[in-house]
Design a protein around this ligand. Structure first.
Ligand code: MZP
Length: 504
């Protein structure tokens, strides 16, 4: 006979936190959100941790190289989407890894035979006034000079004038040698009163610029997540089909951590993928697996060698899996059960496998609840899709800006590998929708605000770090009636836009 679980499947909305005793030290500035990403033995340090507990979803509308850099600056990790060719995904990883904190690859480049007209057009397109003049017009070509707005006077010059006639040529440039540190580069900038410093290798090829204006912005990101070479940490999604080709290409591009991206991960396909990675690379390659929603799924992937395990089926904002197939579980119930399995596994083996709550975060306080319920970190799609840095189009809809956001199971994404159970290379029915989400501005501003709320609640609960939150959080179920009491009620609101969410 079928097993029927006694507890209903519950969502984050059905819970609240009960405050604990807060000492005078319980202040947001004393809270650490540092959290492990990959498994570690008792008493050892994890090989990879994040400074904030946020990762961005393995989705076309969410995680490209641009968002990966923006999120790593805040201290989290993006998993660059895998539903694209191996070459283009590896190129995204490579681009993100090329961005060394404070060292910016040149995005405005021309050849010396370009004209002043080309300079004006490029400046309008990119919005940057520094243009590198390289032999072949690429961002890595031999540097022949630079053009800034100080080099031309529009009112006096003909638009056909060749760049080579008015650029500041290489022999008049102050430049840095590839390999110098950011602080050495900044010293040269300050000593010579420069606005930017080109960095070149031994063959005079351009590798990056360091900009004076970035000096402060670098200081604005004290949590940035860097590898040993001071490059941003970047993740990528893989599937259980072409992993023998995709994994080596991503590693070659410099990826730091992988995750198997699948709508349902309690499967032999994941076992085969994890085994191949372990047989080929041992423990040097870090890879998460999932998604699961109960202890059985967790234990299976733990025994298969996953470095972290993702939780969530059917709770994503764009997901219609539950409607289409009748499988899934309320995200709160899933996180609570898997967290208990993680703790038991740790007790039994001495190995701590971090768990990630993936999808279904609507309000900022859901992040806090996911952590309180035992998640080590959270994966979000809709949340990040709203930001300037996400790859999707920004449009005006009924007088407000929106961004497009579509599921990996929608026919738009055509990510058949995520849903495939070993059939042919086609999506047989949709498990996701195509939608709009309200545009919300810059990632930095939003993440800061959301995490300030998380830290503030942790202080109310009397905890200063995530492991203590796991141990000490006290949660209560809410009745339907008390949910009404939780919002503003029985008053006439002056401004209906003032609600507890970050996106309304
Ligand atoms: P959310 O943050 O938008 O609520 O959920 C994002 C998560 O939904 C992703 O990380 C992924 O696990 C899941 N997802 C992505 N595409 C689909 C789909 O098309 C989906 N059904 O469920």
């Amino acid at each position: 006979m079928a097993t029927v679980l006694k507890e209903p499947s519950r969502t984050f909305n059905e819970y609240l936190l009960i405050p604990g005793y807060s000492s005078a030290d319980a202040r947001p500035e004393n809270v650490s959100l540092r959290t492990p990403v990959v498994k570690f033995r008792k008493g050892e340090e994890p090989a990879l941790s994040m400074n904030i507990p946020l990762t961005s979803a393995v989705m076309q509308a969410v995680s490209d190289d641009n968002l990966a850099v923006a999120l790593a600056k805040e201290g989290g990790i993006s998993f660059i989407f895998g539903s694209q060719s191996i070459e283009s995904q590896a190129a995204m990883v490579r681009r993100a890894k090329r961005v060394k904190a404070g060292f910016v690859p040149s995005d405005s480049n021309l050849r010396p035979d370009a004209t002043l007209h080309d300079v004006i057009e490029l400046k309008a397109e990119k919005g940057h006034s520094t243009i590198a003049i390289t032999e072949d017009g690429t961002s890595e070509g031999k540097l022949l000079g630079i053009v800034t707005s100080r080099d031309y006077r529009l009112s006096r010059m003909n638009l056909d004038t060749k760049v080579s006639e008015f650029m500041t040529p290489f022999d008049k440039l102050i430049y840095g040698k590839d390999g110098i540190t950011l602080s050495e580069a900044n010293d040269i900038i300050w000593d010579n009163k420069l606005n930017q410093l080109p960095i070149v290798d031994d063959n005079q090829r351009l590798t990056a610029f360091v900009f004076r204006k970035d000096y402060d912005s670098h200081k604005e990101h004290p949590n940035e997540l860097l590898d040993a070479d001071k490059r941003y940490v970047v993740g990528a999604g893989i599937n259980t089909r072409d992993f023998k080709e995709r994994v080596p290409a991503l590693l070659d591009a410099g990826v730091d951590v992988l995750t198997i991206d699948s709508s349902e991960g309690y499967s032999e396909w994941q076992a085969i993928t994890l085994k191949w990675i372990r047989d080929t690379y041992g423990d040097t390659v870090k890879v998460g697996a999932g998604n699961v929603v109960d202890a059985d799924g967790f234990n299976f992937l733990a025994d298969c060698g996953a470095d972290f395990i993702k939780i969530g089926i059917g709770g994503g904002s764009i997901c219609i899996t539950r409607e289409q197939k009748g499988i899934g579980r309320g995200q709160a119930s899933a996180v609570l059960e898997v967290a208990q399995a993680r703790d038991e596994y740790y007790k039994k083996t001495g190995v701590y496998i971090p768990i990630c709550s993936d999808g279904g975060i609507v309000y900022d306080y859901h992040m806090t609840l996911a952590l309180a319920m035992g998640a080590d970190f959270i994966m979000l799609g809709r949340y990040f899709a709203r930001f300037e840095e996400s790859p999707s189009r920004k449009l005006m809809l009924n007088g407000s800006y929106v961004k497009e956001y579509w599921g990996e199971g929608s026919s738009r994404a055509r990510n058949w590998q995520r849903y495939d159970l070993g059939g042919d290379a086609k999506l047989k029915f949709e498990e996701g929708v195509d939608s709009y989400v309200p545009y919300a501005g810059l990632l930095h501003d939003n993440v800061q605000l959301s995490l300030m709320k998380v830290k503030s609640t942790m202080c109310n609960c009397g905890v200063l770090n995530i492991p203590d939150f796991h141990k000490n959080a006290k949660l209560t179920l809410v009745s339907a009636v008390s949910i009404v009491e939780g919002g503003a009620h029985d008053v006439i609101l002056k401004d209906v836009s003032v609600r507890g969410t970050s996106d309304r």
